[in-house]
Design a protein around this ligand. Structure first.
Ligand code: DQA
Length: 192
């Protein structure tokens, strides 16, 4: 029953300030009954915006593989750091990793329905995957691309990124702090 609330609130907010390209669809979902858990339980109370944080192949080994390049922090450490910062920024996160391109694409499709922004480290798929680029093109909110290492100081094949053709921002070479910078950027873009 609360399903009609989203568009109404969007209209009100839309009248109050000029629309930002990143706010159009996300607001409807944030305020809609679907994201409130239904039953009108928290009608009128906005849910924190959801950021999907995606990690590609081999990042499950972060902290253990090539630590001289990627450092000693594990992906679990990164997730904890992101969760703490997200709370501070008034965001929610869904933090995911897969070694499979199709799984990452499915998660990007899910983000279309439930998330307001994506932070993605596509790992090696950065340099090869037109399919991930196409999936990201189908997502309407801000997309920030993150690389732990400075890919531009490495082998030539790492200098090209398909994902950068869609990303609103790219962070590389800042270590795992890049994820936190990505989240901060997303918070700024969603608030604009
Ligand atoms: C990486 C850089 C990629 O070139 C590489 O394939 C990775 C990780 C990074 O975070 O620095 O797996 O995305």
């Amino acid at each position: 029953m609360g399903a009609s609330l989203g568009p109404i609130l969007v209209a009100i907010r839309g009248a109050a300030r000029p629309a930002s390209p990143f706010r159009r669809r996300p607001l409807a979902l944030v305020w809609g009954a679907r994201s409130q858990g239904g039953a009108g339980r928290s009608l009128g109370v906005p849910m924190p915006r959801l950021v999907t944080i995606l990690n590609g192949p081999n990042l499950n080994l972060l902290g253990r593989r090539q630590p001289e390049i990627y450092g000693r922090e594990t992906l679990a450490d990164v997730e904890r750091g992101c969760a703490a910062l997200a709370e501070e920024l008034g965001l929610r996160i869904r933090f995911l990793q897969s070694n499979h391109e199709g799984q990452l694409i499915d998660w990007i499709h899910e983000a279309r329905e439930e998330a307001q922004a994506i932070v993605i480290n596509p790992a090696a798929l950065t340099h090869t995957s037109v399919a991930i680029l196409d999936a990201l093109h189908a997502f309407e909110g801000p997309v920030i691309e993150v690389h732990v290492s400075n890919v531009h100081r490495r082998e030539g094949f790492r200098h090209h990124s398909y994902v950068s053709l869609r990303a609103d921002g790219v962070i590389a070479g800042c270590g795992t702090q890049g994820y936190l910078l990505g989240l901060r950027r997303v918070a700024t873009l969603l608030a604009a």
